[in-house]
Ligand binder design. Structure first.
Ligand SMILES: [Fe+2]
Length: 395
C-alpha cells in the first residue's frame, strides 16, 4: 500500500461502532496526478471503505474526469446521459450544468456564478425539500435552522444506462453559516445536527446488515424494476418527509405522457449489490424511482418459519412496493448511522456509488454561494447481485 489513510472525522451524532470500516481520509498524494500503483491503491481502498476524502486539492475538470474514468475505463458518458439539458421535465434539470469543455463534469451548487470554467453566467439552485417533499418546514422553523434531507439516492439514470461505479464530488467553494437541524418529521422525533449544505451518506452494507433475518431473505431474493425516464416520471410527485422515497398519491407522470421509451431499456436491478473487493452485500435501491419488486421463492431447504413471500411475489402496487422498501431502508438512515460531511474548500470526495446512499441536505439563501464539481459515468456493466451462496446463506 503506497497511500496513507486516516479515519474520517465523525460527528458526535455518529455511533462509532457502525463506522469502523466506513470512510477514510487519504493523505500525502494528489488524486489528480498519481502513479499507477497509487491509483490502484485508491481503487481498492475505496471499495473497502466506500467513501474517500482528499483535503486541500486543486483539481481541474479534466483531472476529475480522468480520475473518475479510472474506476471504469470503458465508461464514457455522464451517468445520466447527455440529454439532461433538453429534458426540461426532468426533476434534475435545474440542478445540473455541464462544464462545456468536459461535459461529464457538472457544476452544481447555489447562487450566481460568473465566468466559471467556460460558463458565462449561471444561476445555481441548491435542491431543497421545499420543492420536493409533501410537507415542508414552516418559515418560522426554517429561521430557527430546521431543515430536511432532500432525497436519498444512488447517482444513476436507472433507464437505459448502468449505475456509475463511483461519483467524485469536488468543493470549489463552500458556503459559510451555522449548522442546521435536519428533522425527520415522521413521528419518531429523530433529528440530526448537520453542517450547512452538507452531503449526507449512509452505508448500503449497514442497511443490509440491520435487516432482521426475514427481510434479509427478501433482500437477497428481490429485484427492483425502475420506471422509464424515472426523473420525469417522479417530477410531479411529492417525497416523504425523510427524503427516502415518494408518497403514494398517484401524481407520477402517466407512462404514455413520458418522453418516448422502450421496454428493453427499462432497468431491473437486484436489491442487494455485491462489493467487488469485500464481496459484502449492500442494499442499493433508489426508492423514488422504483415501480415494482419481484421476489424469487425461497430456495429448496430454506426454513419457512417466519418467512416473508416464501413462494415468491411480484409486487406491482406502488404503495405496497414503497411500503416494503421503506420498512427495509428507514432503519439505516437513523441519525446515528448518517455521516454528514463537513465540507471545506478544495475537499474532494470519491464515493462508491454502488455501496452508499447519499443526499443533499439543508436550505441555502441566494447569497450563500456553493460551487461544486460533480462527475460520474454510466458504467460499462450493471451491478452484480447476490451469488447462489449468498442466497443460501441469507434466504
Ligand atoms: Fe447524487
Amino acid at each position: 500500500m503506497t497511500i496513507e489513510l486516516k479515519p474520517l472525522p465523525l460527528p458526535d451524532s455518529a455511533e462509532p461502532s457502525h463506522f469502523i470500516n466506513f470512510g477514510r481520509e487519504v493523505k500525502g498524494i494528489h488524486p489528480g496526478n498519481c502513479t499507477f500503483e497509487q491509483l490502484e491503491d485508491i481503487k481498492q481502498t475505496l471499495y473497502q471503505h466506500e467513501v474517500l476524502l482528499f483535503r486541500d486539492v486543486v483539481l481541474t475538470p479534466e483531472q476529475q474526469l480522468k480520475l473518475t474514468k479510472a474506476f471504469d475505463p470503458e465508461s464514457e458518458i455522464y451517468g445520466h446521459g447527455g440529454k439532461l439539458e433538453s429534458e426540461k421535465s426532468s426533476i434534475l434539470h435545474s440542478a445540473l450544468h455541464a462544464i462545456p469543455r468536459v461535459p461529464q463534469v457538472q457544476l452544481i451548487g447555489n447562487g450566481m456564478i460568473h465566468n466559471h470554467e467556460g460558463l458565462a453566467e449561471t444561476r445555481l439552485k441548491h435542491l431543497t425539500h421545499k420543492t420536493f417533499h409533501k410537507t415542508i418546514i414552516s418559515p418560522e422553523d426554517e429561521v430557527k435552522g430546521f431543515t430536511r434531507f432532500y432525497r436519498w439516492h444512488i447517482d444513476a439514470a436507472l433507464y437505459d444506462l448502468s449505475p456509475p461505479r463511483v461519483t467524485t464530488l469536488y468543493a470549489v467553494r463552500v458556503p459559510e453559516g451555522p449548522n442546521q437541524i435536519c428533522r425527520y418529521d415522521d413521528g419518531t422525533g429523530d433529528e440530526l445536527e448537520v453542517p450547512l449544505a452538507t452531503t449526507a451518506f449512509v452505508s448500503g452494507q449497514t442497511m443490509f446488515q440491520l435487516l432482521p433475518s426475514e427481510l434479509k431473505s427478501v433482500a437477497v431474493r428481490a429485484n427492483v424494476k425502475y420506471a422509464p425516464h424515472p426523473y420525469v416520471w417522479m417530477a410531479p410527485a411529492h417525497a416523504k418527509s425523510t427524503g427516502l422515497g415518494i408518497e403514494s398519491e398517484g401524481l407520477e407522470t402517466p407512462l404514455e405522457q413520458l418522453p418516448s421509451w422502450v421496454e428493453d431499456k427499462i432497468k431491473i436491478h437486484p436489491v442487494s449489490w455485491k462489493n467487488p473487493v469485500s464481496e459484502a452485500l449492500s442494499f442499493q435501491v433508489h426508492p423514488c424511482c422504483a415501480t415494482e419488486v419481484m421476489i424469487k421463492p425461497l430456495p429448496p431447504g430454506a426454513s419457512r418459519e417466519n418467512a416473508l413471500y416464501p413462494n415468491g411475489a411480484h409486487l406491482k402496487e406502488l404503495s405496497e412496493v414503497r411500503d416494503l422498501l421503506y420498512r427495509m431502508q428507514r432503519p439505516a438512515i437513523a441519525p446515528s448511522l448518517v455521516y454528514p460531511h463537513k465540507w471545506t474548500d478544495k475537499d474532494l470526495i470519491i464515493f462508491h456509488n454502488r455501496g452508499v446512499l447519499h443526499t443533499v441536505v439543508g436550505t441555502l439563501q441566494p447569497d450563500q454561494v456553493r460551487v461544486y464539481h460533480q462527475c460520474n459515468l454510466a458504467a460499462s456493466e450493471d451491478p452484480i447481485g447476490p451469488s447462489n451462496e449468498d442466497i443460501i446463506k441469507w434466504a
